[in-house]
Ligand binder design. Structure first.
Ligand code: UDX
Length: 407
C-alpha cells in the first residue's frame, strides 16, 4: 500500500478510484455534498491525465439520482472525458456498522453494484469476485439510482424498526407482566419480521441512521413525495429519550439537587462515539432541571468532556459513579453493566433506584431492596405469564397508575 496526499497521482497508478467521503446533514436537513464534490474534482483531474481505463466507485451515501446528476457531470466536466466511454462509474454502497467495519467488509450481507453501463459493472464485479473468491456474498446489479435508493431506504427501514419497537415498549410499560423483549422474541421468530433491530431503548443515534433518515425525508419532499412512515420514525425518536427523564423525575421527586448516576454515554456499545447519542439529550435535560449528574462510560468519557464540560461530573468506574446517588440511569448496553450486582447498588447508592433504559439488569427487579424500573417492561403483578425472559415479580411502589390491559 502507498499513501499519497495527491489524488492525481493516486488515480494515475490505480484501476479503481473509490470515493468514501462523508456526506453530513446541513441545518436545513439537506446533505452537504461539498467534500464529495471536492474529492470528485481531484479524481477527475487524475482521470484526465490517465492513459488507462479508471473505474470511479462511489461508496459515499447519497440520495438517489446524485451520482448521475452531480457526480457524473463533475467528473466529465473536469476530466473532459465521457463517463461510460473513457472511464467507468459505479455506485457501490456500503452497509457497514460502526465498530464492525472489518467484519462487515469481509462478510457483507449482500453486494449491490449500481452501474452506469455494463463495462463499469463488469469491472467492479471482476474485482469483487477476485477479492471474495468462493465466499462471494449475494450480488445484485442494478442502475446507479437504484443502488443509491437501496442504501437510503435500508437505513430508513432499520430506523423505522427501532422506532416501532420503542413505541411498542412504551405500550408494554402500561400493561401488566409484559416485557418488550419477550414480545420482540415472539415477533422475531417470524422470518418475515426478524429479531434484529427490535431491541427497545432510548432511541437510535450515531452518525448514520438519524442523518440518513432526515436527508431522505427532505429529499423526497423535493420530488413532492411525503415519506410519512419515515417522518414518524424520526418524530418517535425525538420523543423517546424524554420518556426516561420523566421516569427519573417520577422516582426521585423534586429533581433539584438530586444526584443521578448515568451509566453509558456512547450511542451504542463498543464505541466511544457520542454523535447524536440519546444520552446527550437526556443528560442536558437532567442538568437543566437542577439534577447533579455524574457519568460513566467505558470508552466515551473523553468525548463526553468536550460535550458537557463541567456541567456534569465524570467517574472513572461504576462504583465511583453510583456513590451516594439518588438514582441510576442506564443508557447503553455495555457488557460490564449486565454483570453488576444488586449488592453494589445497595451499598454505594444513597437510594437504590435504578432506571434501566436497555433492560440489562432485569434480575434487580427480584431484589426487594431495589426500586427497579425498566424501559419496555410493564408492572409485574403475577408470575402467571412469566417466561424465560420475563421473570419480574416485584411490584414497583412508584409505578404510575394507568390502563393495565388493552381491551
Ligand atoms: C448503521 C447501519 O446499521 C449500517 O448498516 C449503516 O451502514 C450505518 O448505520 P451504525 O450507525 O453503526 O450502523 O449503528 P447501528 O448498529 O445500526 O445502531 C444505530 C442505533 O440504533 C444505535 O443508537 C443503537 O443503539 C440503536 N438500536 C439498534 C436500537 O436502539 N435497537 C436495536 O435493536 C438496534
Amino acid at each position: 500500500m502507498t499513501v499519497v496526499s495527491d489524488p492525481v497521482s493516486a488515480v494515475g497508478s490505480s484501476d479503481l478510484a473509490i470515493v468514501a467521503v462523508g456526506t453530513p446533514t446541513r441545518r436545513d436537513g439537506t446533505a452537504d455534498l461539498s467534500d464529495l464534490a471536492r474529492a470528485c474534482r481531484g479524481i477527475a483531474r487524475g482521470v484526465k491525465l490517465a492513459s488507462h481505463y479508471v473505474l470511479v466507485v462511489i461508496r459515499s451515501t447519497v440520495l438517489p439520482g446524485t451520482t448521475s446528476r452531480l457526480i457524473r457531470r463533475t467528473l466529465e466536466r473536469v476530466s473532459r472525458k465521457k463517463a461510460g466511454r473513457d472511464f467507468g462509474l459505479v455506485v457501490f454502497p456500503e452497509f457497514l456498522r460502526e465498530g464492525m467495519a472489518v467484519h462487515d467488509t469481509i462478510h457483507p450481507s449482500r453486494i449491490v453494484i449500481g452501474e452506469l453501463d455494463r463495462r463499469s459493472g463488469n469491472a467492479l464485479e471482476r474485482f469483487l469476485k477476485e477479492f471474495y473468491g468462493r465466499d462471494l456474498p449475494p450480488l445484485i446489479r442494478v442502475n446507479m439510482a437504484t443502488a443509491e435508493m437501496i442504501k437510503c431506504v435500508s437505513n430508513a427501514f432499520l430506523a423505522t424498526k427501532v422506532s416501532f419497537i420503542n413505541e411498542t415498549a412504551n405500550l408494554c410499560e402500561r400493561l401488566d407482566n409484559v416485557d418488550v423483549d419477550c414480545v420482540a422474541d415472539g415477533m422475531g421468530y417470524d422470518h418475515r419480521i426478524g429479531r434484529d433491530f427490535l431491541n427497545a431503548g432510548p432511541g437510535f443515534g450515531g452518525s448514520c441512521l438519524p442523518k440518513d433518515l432526515k436527508t431522505l425525508v427532505k429529499g423526497a419532499k423535493h420530488f413532492r413525495v411525503r415519506l410519512r412512515v419515515a417522518e414518524a420514525a424520526l418524530a418517535t425518536n425525538e420523543l423517546q429519550p424524554l420518556r426516561l427523564i420523566r421516569v427519573v423525575h417520577e422516582l426521585v421527586g423534586n429533581p433539584r439537587g438530586k444526584k443521578v448516576a448515568v451509566l453509558g454515554l456512547s450511542f451504542k456499545p463498543s464505541t466511544s462515539d457520542m454523535r447524536v447519542a440519546p444520552s446527550v439529550k437526556i443528560i442536558r435535560a437532567l442538568v437543566k432541571t437542577g439534577m447533579r449528574v455524574k457519568v460513566y462510560d467505558p470508552k466515551a468519557t473523553e468525548n463526553a468532556k468536550s460535550l458537557f464540560g463541567d456541567t456534569v461530573a465524570y467517574a472513572s468506574n461504576v462504583r465511583d459513579c453510583l456513590e451516594q446517588a439518588d438514582c441510576c440511569l442506564i443508557l447503553t448496553e455495555w457488557g460490564e453493566f449486565s454483570a453488576l450486582t444488586a449488592a453494589l447498588f445497595v451499598q454505594t447508592m444513597k437510594k437504590p433506584v435504578v432506571v434501566d433504559g436497555r433492560r440489562v439488569l432485569k434480575s434487580l427487579s427480584l431484589d426487594p431492596r431495589i426500586v427497579y424500573r425498566a424501559l419496555g417492561i410493564g408492572r409485574q403483578v403475577s408470575d402467571a405469564i412469566a417466561s424465560r425472559n420475563c421473570t419480574m415479580r416485584r411490584e414497583h411502589p412508584n409505578r404510575s397508575t394507568g390502563p393495565r390491559h388493552l381491551i
